[in-house]
Design a protein around this ligand. Structure first.
Ligand code: MSP
Length: 643
C-alpha cells in the first residue's frame, strides 16, 4: 500500500533555517518510519513556493528577474536538503509548467462546478503571510504575524468558500484525524463555525505568477497556486490523495480549510491528514527571517552532524508544540544522550564482544527480562511514532538504553570473563547476546531519526542486510544471528565541549554572509567595516549624533515615488520637522499618524523629489530591504534625547 506525504513548499526569499528544516526533518523521519511499517512505495514531496509577492519583491531588491532569482534559490534549497540528508522523491517548483497546467485544470473544474465568480475586493493584505486579512482596518497590523498590512482594491475572481462551511464541519466531524493534533482541529472547527468569507483567488496587480485562464490579466493568488503543488508533483504517478500534509501551525488554515474546500469544489479526493507542528523558538521568539533570529542548519551539521541536530529537535520538542533551540542545549543533549547514552552502549557492547568472544556474537537466547523489556519498548515506541509523538518514542528508547546499561553493570561481564566455570561462561554469553540484540533493536528504531549513525552502528554490529530494508518484523527478539562477526569498532558520537559552540557560531557568521551574498542582500562594505575593530568609533563620535523622540503629526505619499512618505514630525521644537523617508512600502501614511519614532535630528538637510528633508527616521533594515521602525515599549515624551 502506498503512503504519500508532503512537506510545505518553501518560500524562496530566504534560505532554510532550523524552523523550515524542522518540517523537512520530520517528514524524512516519517518517510523512513512508514517504510519500516511496510508501506510501499512511500513517496515524499517537497519543493519551492516561487510566486509570492515577497519573492517578487526580493527579486526586485536583488536586481534580477524573478525566474532567475527563484532558480538560484531553489538550487540552494536542494543543496541544503542534500547536506541534511533528506530523502525526498520529488522537488516541485511552482514555476514548473506542469504545475501551471494542474493549477489551471483545477481552477477550471471549480469553475465548471459553479464555485468561481468575478467580484471586487478592497481590504487589507498581509504581504508577509501572503494572505488577505479580515477584520482589520487598513494599515493595522496583521493579527497573525503583527506586521503592517497593506490596503488593496482589485477586481478578482472569487472562490465560493462560504459554500463549504457545512461540508468542512462534516469533514472534521466524520474524520477526526483529518486535522491533528486535536487542539488544532478544535481551532479549525471554531474558525469555520464563525462563518467563511469567499476568497479572492486571483490578483491583477502582480506579474510574477500563474496566469488564470480568463479573459484579462489575472494571476492566481499564491496560496491557490501553492497548495495545488502537492498534486502536480505526483500527477503522473497516481499517488493522489496524499496520506499526510506535514506543516507548521501558522499555515494550518490554508491546509485544513481552503485546500479541502478547493478539492471538494473540484470533486477530487481529499488528503487523509494534515498535521500541524509547533514552532522552533530562538531567543524567545519564532525563529524567522523577518525577526532576524534565524540559526542555519549547515554550520551545526558541519560540527555535530545532521543526525545529532535531527535527534535534538525531535527529542527536545514535543511534536505539535513550540520549543526552543539553543547551542548550549544541543551540546548538553548530545553529550548526555548520544555520547554517553547510545554511543557508549554501542562501544561498550562491541568492545566486550571483541575482548571476550573474538568479535563473534555468542549463542544464547538472551536474558528473558531484557527480551521482555525490548518487546515492551517496541510496543511503546510504535504507539508513540504512530501518533507522531517522536519525543515520547525517543524517551522510551533511551529508558531502554538505561535498562541495558544497568543490566551490563550488574552482570559485570569483565568479571565473568575471568571466571572459566561453565555457569559464568553461559552467563557471559547471555549478557553479551542480550546487550548486542538490544543494541540491534535500538539501532533499528533510531534509524528513521538518525539514519547515518544507526547505519554506522548497524555495520559495526556486523549486520549483513542493509538497515534501509528493515521492517518491524525484523525487530523480534532473537533475530540477531549467533556466530555473526562484528565489524570494526569506532566511536559514533565523540564527546563535545564548549569549543563546538564557538565553532558553530563562527561558521554561522560565515554562512550568513554567504547566503546574504547569494540572496543579494549583502550589506555594503562600509557596514561590514563598522564591525571591524579598526573602524570602531569613540563615545565622542557617537554623541555628535542627535537622536530624538518624535511624533508624526501628518503623513502622505510622495507622488510618483512608491517608497517615499512625506511627514511632519514633532520633536519638541516650535515647528514640526519635514522629513521624507523611504518607508511607504511597509508603512502606509495612515499607520504613521501619531506614531512615536526615533529621529536623527542633526543631519544636513537633503532634497528628495523636490522636498527638503530635515532629519532621518531610524529603522532596522532587514534582508530584502524592508525597514522596521525603531520604537519604545514604554511611553516617552516627544523631544526626549537618546544617548
Ligand atoms: N510557502 C508557504 C507554504 C506553502 S505550502 C503549500 C510557506 N512557506 S514558509 O517558507 O514560510 O514556511 C514553510 C514552513 O516552515 C511552514 O510550515 C512553517 O510553519 C515552517 N516554519 C517556518 N518557521 C518556523 C519555525 N520557526 N518553527 C517551525 N516551523 C516553522 O509558509
Amino acid at each position: 500500500m502506498k503512503y504519500y506525504l508532503t512537506t510545505p513548499i518553501y518560500y524562496v526569499n530566504a534560505a532554510p533555517h532550523l524552523g523550515t528544516a524542522y518540517s523537512t526533518f520530520a517528514a524524512d523521519l516519517i518517510k523512513r518510519f512508514k517504510k519500516m511499517e511496510g508501506y510501499d512505495p512511500v513517496v515524499l514531496t517537497t519543493g519551492s513556493d516561487e510566486h509570492s509577492l515577497k519573492v517578487e519583491r526580493a527579486a526586485t531588491a536583488a536586481g534580477v528577474n524573478p525566474l532567475a532569482y527563484t532558480t538560484k534559490m531553489a538550487a540552494e534549497f536542494i543543496s541544503q536538503w542534500a547536506k541534511l540528508g533528506i530523502d525526498y522523491d520529488h522537488f516541485i517548483r511552482t514555476s514548473d509548467p506542469k504545475h501551471h497546467e494542474t493549477v489551471r485544470w483545477l481552477f477550471e473544474r471549480c469553475q465548471k462546478n459553479g464555485y468561481i465568480y468575478k467580484g471586487s475586493y478592497t481590504g487589507a493584505y498581509c504581504v508577509s503571510d501572503e494572505a488577505y486579512v479580515n477584520d482589520v482596518a487598513p494599515g493595522e497590523p496583521c493579527p497573525q504575524c503583527g506586521r503592517p498590512t497593506e490596503t488593496v482594491t482589485e477586481e478578482n475572481y472569487f472562490f465560493k468558500l462560504s459554500a463549504f462551511q457545512k461540508p468542512l464541519l462534516e469533514l472534521y466531524e466524520k474524520n477526526p484525524s483529518f486535522v491533528k493534533p486535536d487542539h488544532r482541529r478544535n481551532e479549525m472547527i471554531a474558525f469555520v463555525q464563525q462563518g467563511l468569507n469567499d476568497l479572492s483567488i486571483t490578483r491583477t496587480s502582480l506579474q510574477w505568477g500563474i496566469p488564470a485562464p480568463v479573459e484579462a490579466h489575472h494571476i492566481f493568488y499564491v496560496w491557490f497556486d501553492a497548495l495545488i503543488s502537492y498534486m502536480s508533483a505526483v500527477k503522473a504517478d497516481d499517488l493522489w490523495p496524499a496520506d499526510l500534509h506535514l506543516i507548521g501551525k501558522d499555515i494550518l488554515r490554508f491546509h485544513a480549510v481552503y485546500w479541502p474546500a478547493f478539492l471538494m469544489a473540484a470533486e477530487l479526493p481529499l488528503p487523509k491528514q494534515v498535521f500541524a507542528h509547533g514552532w522552533i523558538l530562538h531567543e524567545d521568539n519564532k525563529m524567522s527571517k523577518s525577526r532576524g533570529n534565524v540559526v542555519r542548519p549547515g554550520p551545526i551539521v558541519d560540527v555535530v552532524g545532521a543526525d545529532a541536530l535531527r535527534y535534538f529537535l525531535l527529542r527536545e520538542i514535543t511534536f505539535g508544540q513550540d520549543g526552543s533551540f539553543s547551542y548550549d542545549a544541543l551540546i548538553q543533549r548530545y553529550n548526555s544522550d548520544l555520547a554517553n547514552g547510545l554511543g557508549n552502549l554501542a562501544s561498550r557492547t562491541l568492545t566486550l564482544i571483541h575482548q571476550n568472544r573474538n568479535g563473534i556474537i555468542p549463542d544464547s537466547p538472551g536474558a528473558p527480562e531484557i527480551a521482555e523489556a525490548a518487546r515492551r519498548t517496541t510496543e511503546l515506541t510504535m504507539d508513540a511514532f504512530c501518533d507522531f509523538n517522536f519525543s515520547r518514542g525517543l524517551e522510551t528508547l533511551w529508558s531502554f538504553i538505561s535498562v541495558i546499561d544497568k543490566f551490563i553493570v550488574e552482570r559485570a561481564p569483565w568479571k565473568l570473563g575471568k571466571d572459566s566455570s561453565s555457569f559464568a561462561q553461559k552467563m557471559l554469553d547471555e549478557t553479551l547476546y542480550s546487550a548486542a540484540e538490544a543494541l540491534r533493536i535500538v539501532c533499528a528504531w533510531v534509524y528513521p531519526v538518525m539514519p547515518n549513525s544507526a547505519r554506522n552502528i548497524w555495520i559495526q554490529l556486523g549486520m549483513k542486510t542493509p538497515i534501509e530494508s528493515i521492517t518491524f518484523a525484523d525487530l523480534h527478539w532473537g533475530k540477531l544471528q549467533a556466530g555473526q562477526k562484528i565489524g570494526s569498532i569506532a566511536a559514533v558520537f565523540p564527546r563535545l565541549d564548549a569549543s563546538a559552540i564557538v565553532k558553530m557560531e563562527n561558521l554561522e557568521v560565515q554562512e550568513k554572509a554567504r547566503q546574504a551574498e547569494l540572496f543579494g542582500t549583502a550589506k555594503p562594505a562600509v557596514a561590514a567595516a563598522a564591525v571591524d575593530g579598526a573602524s570602531k568609533i569613540s563615545i565622542d563620535d557617537f554623541v555628535k549624533v542627535d537622536l530624538r523622540v518624535g511624533q508624526v503629526v501628518s503623513a502622505e505619499r510622495v507622488k510618483g515615488a512608491d517608497k517615499l512618505l512625506h511627514m511632519k514630525v514633532d520633536i519638541g521644537e516650535e515647528e514640526p520637522r519635514t522629513i521624507v523617508a523611504g518607508i511607504a512600502e511597509s508603512y502606509p501614511p495612515e499607520e504613521m499618524m501619531g506614531r512615536k519614532v526615533v529621529i536623527v535630528a542633526n543631519l544636513q538637510p537633503r532634497k528628495l523629489r523636490g522636498i527638503e528633508s530635515n532629519g532621518m527616521i531610524v529603522a532596522a533594515s532587514l534582508e530584502g530591504g524592508k525597514p522596521v521602525l525603531a520604537g519604545f515599549l514604554e511611553d516617552v515624551p516627544v523631544g526626549a534625547k537618546l544617548k
